[in-house]
Design a protein around this ligand. Structure first.
Ligand code: PMP
Length: 427
């Protein structure tokens, strides 16, 4: 292996032929591997099976969790999530199994009714816009796209979104109604917002009085190292500036217990809580409180959650290491053809390949039996202007599979880059 960027045409042609031969060997294996979505593996979900043994449905207050009531969630579930978020129980709303659905519902409320501070419902803002730090989570972007918002990209940095750009945009344009954020172990880069970024979000001036920060703490306790990274709590910071009504924080136990049958939560100001409860009460009488209670009895408190996450970590770290080792051994010697993130938590690694190659890499992988998230999907409208980014999700496959998939992925990256460099030389 040598630096591809220093190779002449003949050397590149020979390298490409060698890679094609290796690629064919992988194709002949008839692989069926998937590193597309951030799903826990079966062993991780097995860790939570005792949750189903929790079959006592009398709450701490003596009420019956099987019945209707307590729309905001069981008190003990609000206490648990308050502990995880770092806020007060009165500021927590506990929902059903999906935080994404809560986010959708809140955008929907803004769209149909607006919020108490809204001059009009968002649907009546003809050029409504939403800020999307990129790369980001495709399902966030899909929600605001579906409601007709223009998706405005803001570049991510290792400290969070570029705040100079965010502050300027939101100060000038009242049609910008909100921003999607994954502040801890972001999807897909695995970056954690710095204290300064959080402070700037808390105090920034917005032209829209009803600007909302959708602060998705999907990975708040999903540490991959011994370091338990904790950041300032946006809701609490915002109160210092009287901006607490702009914040909606979200989390869920999808990647703590079961993605299909966990519990989700919102944290917001008490005044926002009153407003959303009024709207939600028309939609639903109460969520699945039996599941809420099972989760509280199983996880107990934040300490219990962290102890449970340490068990996940033991399985996940080798999978993340396998990907990074393969990249280091197989890509670094080829020169500056790719770089990648080194997350301290969360579910993803971002791989940035030479611009113009990501789609080709994903296509090559697919034809050899490895499914990746579509190239470009971490960008609004699925358009990565550089065609460079790939989101790698090493959590679902077994360690053996991750190792094979990573090797194949490296061959595909090198082949796509060799093809591109040869094509560039032909121009
Ligand atoms: N937010 C982020 C950032 C995610 O990565 C995911 C799952 N991949 C979700 C939300 C989905 O959460 P839930 O299962 O609670 O709907």
């Amino acid at each position: 292996m040598a630096n591809y960027l220093a190779m002449n045409r003949d050397e590149l042609t020979a390298e490409k032929a060698a890679l094609e031969a290796e690629y064919k060997k992988f194709q002949a294996k008839g692989l069926k591997l998937n590193m597309a979505r951030g799903k826990p593996g079966p062993h991780q979900m097995d860790l939570a099976m005792d949750l189903l043994k929790m079959n006592d449905y009398t709450t701490d207050a003596g009420t019956d969790a099987r019945n209707y009531g307590e729309l905001e969630g069981l008190q003990e579930a609000r206490v648990l999530f308050a502990d995880v978020f770092g806020v007060k129980p009165e500021e927590v709303f506990v929902g059903g199994n999906s935080s994404l659905q809560l986010m959708y519902n809140l955008v929907n409320i803004g769209y149909v009714f607006g919020f108490p501070e809204s001059p009009c419902p968002w649907s009546q803002v003809e050029k409504r816009k939403f800020l999307c730090p990129v790369p980001g989570y495709d399902r966030h972007f899909a929600i605001t796209e579906e409601f007709g918002f223009e998706l405005v990209s803001v570049p991510m940095t290792p400290n969070g979104p570029d705040m100079d750009i965010v502050e300027k945009l939101v100060a000038e344009d009242p049609d910008i109604k909100g921003i999607w954020c994954v502040p801890q172990y972001s999807n897909p880069d695995g970056y954690t917002y710095s204290d300064e970024t959080i402070e700037r979000f808390a105090k920034m001036k917005t032209a829209a009085p009803d600007f909302k920060i959708f602060w998705d703490e999907a990975y708040i306790v999903h540490h991959l190292t011994d370091e338990i990274i904790e950041t300032p709590v946006l809701l609490n910071e915002s109160k210092k500036y009287g901006n607490e009504n702009r914040v909606f924080m979200f989390t869920s136990t999808s990647k703590i217990t079961f993605p299909g049958a966990g519990v989700s939560a919102i944290a917001c100001s008490e005044s926002s809580m009153k407003y959303i409860c009024k709207r939600f009460s028309v939609m639903i009488i109460s969520y699945d409180k039996m599941n809420q209670l099972r989760h509280v009895r199983f996880l107990k408190n934040k300490e219990g959650v962290l102890a449970h996450m340490a068990k996940h970590r033991r399985r996940l770290v080798p999978c993340f290491d396998a990907v990074k080792t393969a990249f280091k051994n197989n890509l670094i010697p080829c020169g500056d053809i790719a770089h990648w993130t080194d997350p301290k938590g969360g579910y993803f690694i971002s791989l940035y390949v030479m611009p113009g190659c990501a789609k080709r890499v994903a296509g090559l992988c697919k034809d050899a039996g490895l499914t990746l998230t579509g190239a470009g999907s971490a960008y609004p409208y699925h358009k990565d202007p550089q065609d460079s980014h790939l989101r790698i999700a090493p959590t679902y496959p077994s360690l053996d599979e991750v190792e094979t998939a990573s090797e194949l992925l490296c061959i595909c990256v090198r082949l796509a880059v060799a093809e591109k460099l040869l094509a560039d030389k032909a121009d």
